[in-house]
Write a protein that binds this ligand. Structure first.
Ligand SMILES: Cc1ncc(COP(=O)(O)O)c(C=O)c1O
Length: 543
């Protein structure tokens, strides 16, 4: 079970997360047998969350779940019967490692909806996007190799990067995604140290967990930099089609394949990028239970991914590939593709839930909190200055969220932030969940509990970020005060003085195993968030 499939209270929990965790003395018996890489495969920030979400009364805003209860059971039954009637033997047989053509056709169709026109020969079907992350690491990463990622980054990628013993350097995001000048400074520093990242990992749309979207100028510049420096980019895009307002932006893949200009329908057939590895998935636009994702990659990389996949699972499930193919053949009464109609309905649902969450946050989180206002995707990233959200989660009995530390390889940064999923729960649960968190924060602060636990780390991190902010706890919610210049560089692209003998930032040593005993936080929360009034103004412009 990973952080992004952890379920919890509510209707969608069945069958997930039921296994009891081994006790410490049980683990000890096996300790000497475990490979070194397993030491970095655990996430101490997640322990309380897993325990919590196993209880049925808990409202979970923690998982990365879409709402699959909206998929009509009759349609599911019809598609499965169709497969049974026409292709039982194929469905139950092994399939090609690179994927069945029928599934690849659907992938090409989804990519076209993203205005990214790919050659089917450049596609490999995977067992979820998660497998793509794993296979890319398997293909490219030797222990100690550098991956540059956003800060915060996808919590599900953190243990994968750890398992391959990558040295992950995180670049703090602001409201427009990863600042490319910061990225360039990091790349320059690494170059001075004689180190070249194996790839840059980015989630440009409605980032998980940050909820922010990379602006078009930054996308263009990122692709230019990749060209100038011959660097691979892993573009992870599960949420691109789940946009609730504003104009879609071109994928990095399409920008690179078309030399920086977004493709038009006329010229956009089958162009390949030779530096961007694109990751897509059916999980958020259809259903994660299918476990189907894909990569579009330069051919030499694709071949290695294919070999890696053979070693991992031989092939992705033909049953679910045929299911997707049958589903994509479905038409609405008006004659349009049924899958697009479903995505549109999901968007309406999630837009409403997002608005409910934003409203509830305004009502229950108080002036010291700030949060992102995503234009799409599943997540809001909220920051409560002076509160350690791992401590907070430990105090929550009936509501769960993902503590911010899970989105950092050092497991220390992001300590005051939390990821909240608004897509997977009905509106009344979202309202109630946020109310419960707000009440626990208020109660804990009133009784001095959270303050006592967090004051040390908050003061340290805030003073590192902004000399005055610890003295003025409310300052973060003042318009603009969270956006002080230079903040993007402060934790993830450390100044040389912070680097150790081999030039690695100190924060990365926190991949040690004893994080629980050391609550020190060396970074304030990372997303530069616009103040509330700015956010409101921006949203009304967007609409
Ligand atoms: C950014 C990102 N990448 C990859 C994945 C993996 O998705 P899946 O393996 O279900 O396709 C997720 C799931 O939440 C995600 O948010």
């Amino acid at each position: 079970m990973t952080i992004d499939n952890v379920s919890g209270g509510g209707s969608q929990r069945e069958g997930l997360g039921r296994r009891a965790r081994p006790a410490a003395h049980e683990l000890e018996r096996y300790e000497a047998l475990f490979a070194t890489r397993t030491r970095r495969m655990r996430s101490s920030a997640m322990r309380d969350m897993f325990a919590l979400t196993e209880r049925p009364e808990v409202i979970s805003l923690a998982g990365g779940l879409p709402d699959t209860s909206t998929f009509a059971p009759e349609l599911y039954a019809k598609l499965m019967s169709q497969i049974a009637a026409t292709a039982t033997a194929r469905a139950l047989q092994y399939g090609p490692t690179e994927g069945m053509q029928a599934a690849v056709d659907c992938i090409v169709e989804v990519m076209a909806a993203e205005r990214t026109y790919v050659d089917r020969e450049d596609v490999i079907v995977a067992t979820g996007g998660q497998q793509v992350i794993d296979l890319v690491c398997k293909t490219l990463i030797d222990p100690g190799d550098v991956i540059v990622a956003e800060a915060p980054t996808y919590p599900g990628a953190v243990p994968t990067f750890g398992a391959y013993q990558a040295d992950v350097v995180q670049v703090e995001m602001d409201a427009d995604g990863m600042p490319i000048d910061e990225l360039e400074s990091v790349l320059d520093r690494l170059a001075r140290e004689g180190r070249r990242p194996k790839f840059i990992y980015t989630i440009p749309n409605f980032q998980n967990p940050g909820g922010v979207t990379m602006s078009l100028p930054r996308r263009r510049r990122l692709v230019e930099i990749a060209r100038e420096r011959e660097l691979l980019v892993l573009e992870d895009n599960p949420y691109g089609l789940l946009r609730y307002e504003g104009e879609p932006l071109p994928t990095l893949y399409s920008l690179d394949a078309h030399n920086g200009s977004p493709p038009s329908h006329d010229d956009g057939t089958g162009a390949s990028s030779d530096l961007v590895i694109y990751l897509g998935t059916f999980s958020k636009i259809l259903a994660p239970g299918l476990r189907l994702g894909w990569a579009v990659a330069p051919r030499p990389v694709l071949e290695k991914l294919n070999l890696g996949k053979q070693g991992a699972d031989l092939c992705s499930s033909p049953v679910t590939q045929l299911f997707v193919a049958a589903y994509f053949a479905e038409r609405t009464p008006a004659g349009g593709p049924a899958w697009i109609d479903y995505v549109e309905r999901q968007k309406d649902l999630y837009r409403g839930r997002r608005d409910v969450m934003l409203q509830a946050l305004a009502e229950h989180f108080g002036e010291q909190a700030r949060w992102t206002e995503p234009q799409g995707g599943l997540f809001v990233w909220a920051t409560l200055d002076g509160v350690d959200t791992t401590d907070l989660l430990a105090r929550c009995r009936d509501v769960a969220f993902v503590p911010g530390r899970a989105a950092y390889v050092d497991e220390r940064s992001g300590a005051s932030s939390m990821r909240l999923n608004f897509a997977g729960s009905p509106e009344h649960e979202i309202r109630e969940g946020i109310r419960r968190i707000g009440a626990i924060v208020d109660r804990s602060i009133d009784t001095g509990l959270l303050k006592a636990l967090s004051a040390g780390s908050a003061a340290r991190s805030d003073s590192a970020a902004h000399p005055d902010s610890a003295a003025h706890p409310g300052s973060a919610s003042h318009p603009g005060s969270a956006s002080h210049p230079g903040s993007a560089a402060r934790s993830s692209s450390p100044a040389p003085a912070q680097a150790d003998a081999v030039g690695r930032p100190e924060a990365k040593h926190a991949q040690s195993d004893d994080l629980d005993s050391d609550a020190e936080t060396d970074t304030a929360d990372v997303l530069e968030l616009p103040g509330r009034s700015q956010r409101r103004a921006r949203r009304s412009q967007d609409r």
